[in-house]
Design a binder for this molecule. Structure first.
Ligand code: LLP
Length: 424
């Protein structure tokens, strides 16, 4: 029996969580052979290495606290809104960024302390604000003056707020996930910021704690984060600065995002010269917290040769992973029982459009119908944006750890698809 750790391996196996190993030719994560997980839970399935998730959460919390003791890590829960993960993050000492009422309810169901929640959204409804105020959400991040009007009316007791600033920072990422530029739909322009500050200064219940900034997602250099700090630091001295999320994940060997430590060094290094020494720093990592702890398992349904291309079609696609078609994200893949490459194939999904392609060219070792295939680094935003295209059933979420696999979310069923129909 061979047993090698994936950290020794270049290529696709090295993109799986650190617990991954090839044992007797079979790829394992968290001590579980992925083909066994596929057999037991079906496909597609989102598999999460629980130890990797906890380790990443601690690496963030400890790494930030070591560099900036007055700090809090607030997980951007939009990246993987699953009750069990809210619970896990709470257990590891993190708070959560909740964008809207649905994420707020999931965070509460996951037993997170409302005081550790930060409410976001550029179009929060009265119902969402009312609920957040009622449950005692720690911070409400005000995006615009209309929201402030409503919050001023709705607040019946003390509530801490941050103001979201539009910093005028262009981050090099896909334009759909850049948020810090002038003319962004997010945040307050300098003029509106000044008005919001004036109004908050005179409000009975609302207390301005500080500023928030978030410049975008899948950012692969530290420069935009520092630029954002430089943009907000001159706006005054506040007790709290929430610097948002955005650190990129490593989806393929071609990606070289800064490590968590390099990112924290850059933020806290800049903060030491730019922010008041006693200020509390919050960060809101989403993608970089969860992406690399997961992979998606599919089953190969067909292999086909066309005029100039070979295709492998699997039993999922853009219903469980919109990253490719929406943002051009590049992924890697391997068969789980024959790890690594062979001939090159286009990896495509089962949905009714040519855009439903997971990878345009991936080397696979003699794929055949029935083989289990894994796409690593699918922890962030894949489940978030999963949908029922072509009546697809949204996948289960399975935690693996120490040789144990357990579902924390079950697969949708056809009955679920019919459950909201109103009888005639
Ligand atoms: N804080 C705020 C206010 C945000 O809007 C976001 C992400 C984050 C933190 C976390 O950013 P991260 O660390 O995950 O980059 N649907 C897109 C991603 C949109 C990100 C939205 N906001 C995707 O699938 O790639």
């Amino acid at each position: 029996m061979t047993c090698e750790t994936t950290s020794d391996r270049a290529g696709v196996a090295g993109l799986f969580p650190p617990s991954a190993a090839v044992v007797g030719g079979r790829l394992e994560v968290g001590g579980c052979a992925l083909s066994d997980v596929a057999e037991r839970f079906g496909t597609p399935t989102l598999v999460l290495d629980e130890a990797a998730l906890r380790a990443r959460a601690r690496r963030y919390v400890d790494g930030l606290a070591r560099r900036w003791p007055a700090s809090r890590v607030v997980w951007a829960s939009k990246s993987l809104p699953v009750t069990a993960i809210y619970r896990l993050m709470g257990e590891e000492g993190l708070g959560a960024d909740v964008a809207g009422g649905g994420e707020l309810e999931m965070a509460l169901a996951g037993a997170m302390d409302p005081a550790n929640l930060v409410l976001h959204g550029n179009a929060k409804t009265d119902a969402e604000l009312t609920r957040a105020l009622a449950v005692g959400v720690g911070l409400i991040v005000v995006d615009n003056l209309d929201e402030l009007d409503r919050l001023e009316r709705l607040a019946r007791g003390p509530q801490a707020v941050l103001l979201r600033v539009t910093p005028g920072v262009e981050a090099a990422t896909h334009e759909a996930i850049a948020t810090g530029h002038v003319d962004s739909k997010f945040g307050l322009s300098p003029r509106d910021l000044a008005e919001a500050r004036r109004r908050l200064a005179g409000h009975r219940h609302l207390r301005l704690e500080g500023l928030h900034v978030h410049v975008g997602s899948q950012i692969t250099s530290t420069a935009p984060f520092v630029a954002a700090l430089e943009a907000i630091a001159p706006l005054g001295d506040f007790p709290v600065y929430d610097l948002g999320g955005g650190l990129g994940a490593r989806y393929t060997d071609a990606d070289q995002p800064p490590s968590v430590e390099e990112y924290l060094d850059a933020l806290t290094g800049a903060a030491r010269t730019l922010l008041p020494a006693g200020a509390t720093m919050l960060i809101e990592p989403g993608r970089s917290m969860v992406a690399e702890a997961a992979c998606t398992l599919y089953r190969v349904v067909g292999v086909k040769r066309q005029a100039t291309r070979r295709f492998v079609a699997v039993d999922g696609g853009m219903a469980d992973n919109l990253e490719v078609s929406l943002y051009g994200q590049r992924f890697a893949a391997t068969l789980v029982d024959r790890v690594g490459g062979g001939d090159t194939y286009a990896l495509v999904g089962r949905h009714c459009e040519s855009g439903d392609q997971l990878i345009d060219a991936v080397a696979l070792d003699a794929p055949a119908p029935g083989d289990v295939l894994a796409v690593p680094v699918t922890g962030a935003y894949c489940l978030t944006m999963a949908n029922n295209y072509n009546g697809a059933l949204r996948p289960p979420v399975v935690f693996v750890r120490d040789g144990d696999a357990r579902a924390v979310v079950r697969r949708e069923t056809y009955a679920d698809l019919l459950a909201r129909d109103v009888p005639a």
